[in-house]
Design a protein around this ligand. Sequence first.
Ligand SMILES: [Ca+2]
Length: 373
Amino acid sequence: MILAIALALPTFGIFLLRYTPTQAVADNMINEQSGEAAVPKETEVQEGPRMGKVYQINRSSGEIIMQSSVQAHEIRMGMRLYTRIDGKAAVMKATFPMQSVVKCRIEGRHRKYLGSIRVGMPMYKYVNGVEDERKAPAQRHRAGAAKTVGGIELVYIPGGPFMMGAPDGEGNDNENPRHKVTVSGFWMGKYEVTQGQYEAVMGNNPSYFKGDTRRPVGQVTWHDAQSFCKKFSAKHGVRARLPYEAEWEFAARGGTTTQYYWGGSMDENYCWYGNNSGNTTHSVGGKRPNAFGLYDMSGNVWEWCTDWYDENHYRNNPAVNLRGPSSGQYRVIRGGSWYDDEYSIRSAYRGIGNPGGRSSCGGFRIVVPAVGE
Ligand SMILES: [Ca+2]
């Protein structure tokens, strides 16, 4: 049984579904808003790091020689590489890696691209969305390391095991059981993406609350957030994406097991929420950070996660680099907002977002994987 109600917000669109054990979903309202079928999923395939360029092509055998621009030991037999043909990845496997050239064989269903491959085209390591990134080793940095990419400050989150979800007696059923999950290290936005940062990449500012470009961007759909990540990545040579839910909670907790990252009860020094926000968003970083140096993980705006939402996902899941289900109707949102009560801004609280919905409560922050740096 789906246990949620739609929450109409001060702006157009249904964005949040608040989890409550007493009401049924207003399905008709949600479906009307979603428009999901037309949305492509190509944004889940991420650009891999550049490995070299096409040096020679043997069209009869399907073999391509790549001139390698990386250390020989980074390319192994069987590694998948690709070059782009009309925006699509023509995937091949390394069959004979040497010092500076690598012999590759194009994969069966990609042979149709062979005639379009030209000498000099750049070749990349194939990182097929979440799966390959999850298996690949992440570069490690010291905890607290920081860097700035394209004007966005990133903090290194070292990864490790943690207890995800709420203990018995705290939170909703969808937060139970609390269970051990291990996440790999990654870089995360120190702040929510601001209106200034969003506009610099996307050329528009859809936010309801304006007045300061350091306010978090709002009124962004999950797809808008994906587009931002893609354009930002292309512009700045990284593979930015939204956090996975497990990464988000690991980062928010910062080693804590309490309801909030500052302790077991409300402390208004740490968050903008329904009781102290004055019914508006605030410039990012105005409250105290958590142990990782992240600001506004609780409150200000909800933050889109990559994952599809499944209320039972914690009951049967892999313990390492937990990802959401492969399909679904809603996306996970985390952290609560300027509008929400103290219950919804807990570290374990799992919000449910219509991926096509917009809300003045809804923004995001980015993650940059430490894989393939
Ligand atoms: Ca937030």
